[in-house]
Design a protein around this ligand. Structure first.
Ligand SMILES: [Cu+2]
Length: 299
């Protein structure tokens, strides 16, 4: 930038200074955006100021809706990383005191998702936290929507125990759940495991690339229409296949159970195109499922 300051003409000098300031401003903005974006893509990352979070969520969260929970004298604001869709959805809820507008950091959330299908209703897997406090203003949970539906079909029941005023309440909000193509969920019945009804969802890779990708699924048991405990004792083997070329790939790491029915491993895609990742599921060493696969298209 030396040339800027050595320009002899005064007007030119000012022009250059303005351009310099503009460039600096753009650089600062770009840096700030990058920092925010990078920090938001990290797992479990939220911003540090709870006031900022509830009024101005981080870049990667979008507001789904809000509902008053009159019994607990709060308003619940629901966020996710995307509009709700079939499969695994992260859900972040902040609770605002109806009286003074402050964020309620001490409380307990119990979330349920219910689908009203007219003649019958059912739920789907929900991950409730055991924590009695928010993280930076958010109570984190997750929902595995098992099928698409409108906001008059799917609803979230938000039970909140407000530890600030000692009141409990329930708020219900309808939510739209769009379909995913290819599907990010498998609703299956395992004949070789006592006809157990099982819901498998794919979390990662969400943005598959050539090379090694994290591979993560959840497995839940549909025990009743409203009870979906995680299955933690299966073994999963992954077999990638490129159907158009009839080959697989080396150096995959089979997903193993981490927590709450999540199984985490690595999948290696060696080239662009359409891939299937087949799942072989074992229980106590016996193969109980080998006909399920998730599809990925690499650009
Ligand atoms: Cu349904």
């Amino acid at each position: 930038m030396k040339a800027v300051y050595s320009a002899s003409n005064k007007d030119t000098n000012i022009k250059y200074k303005i351009i310099y300031m503009k460039t600096l401003l753009i650089k600062l903005l770009v840096t700030a955006t990058l920092v925010t974006t990078l920090s938001c893509t990290k797992k479990n990352q939220t911003v540090t100021n709870s006031q900022t979070v509830t009024t101005n969520p981080t870049n990667n969260l979008i507001k789904i809706g809000e509902v008053f929970i009159t019994g607990a004298k709060t308003k619940a604001i629901i966020y996710s990383t995307k509009q709700f869709e079939v499969g695994f959805n992260e859900v972040y809820i902040s609770f605002i005191d109806s009286i003074d507008g402050s964020t309620i950091n001490s409380g307990k959330l119990f979330l349920q998702a219910l689908m009203n299908m007219g003649t019958m209703s059912h739920g789907c897997p929900v991950e409730n936290s055991t924590d009695s406090a928010s993280t930076n203003g958010y109570y984190k949970t997750a929902v595995v929507f098992s099928m698409p539906g409108t906001s008059s079909e799917w609803s979230l029941n938000i039970n909140f125990q407000n530890k600030k005023n000692g009141l409990n309440g329930l708020g219900t909000i309808g939510v739209n759940v769009s379909n995913t193509t290819p599907s990010k969920v498998k609703n299956i019945t395992l004949a070789l495991d006592s006809n157990k009804k099982v819901i498998i969802s794919i979390l990662q890779p969400s943005n598959p690339k050539v090379g090694t990708n994290d591979f993560e699924i959840t497995i839940h048991n549909k025990l009743t229409s409203v009870s979906f405990p995680p299955i933690t004792n299966y073994s999963v083997e992954i077999v990638p296949e490129m159907p158009s070329m009839g080959h697989g790939s080396p150096n995959n790491i089979n997903p193993i159970h981490t927590a709450k029915g999540h199984y985490l491993g690595k999948v290696n895609f060696t080239m662009t195109g359409l891939w299937y990742v087949h799942l072989n599921i074992y229980k106590n060493g016996s193969l109980i499922s080998n006909d399920q696969y998730f599809e990925f298209t690499l650009q």
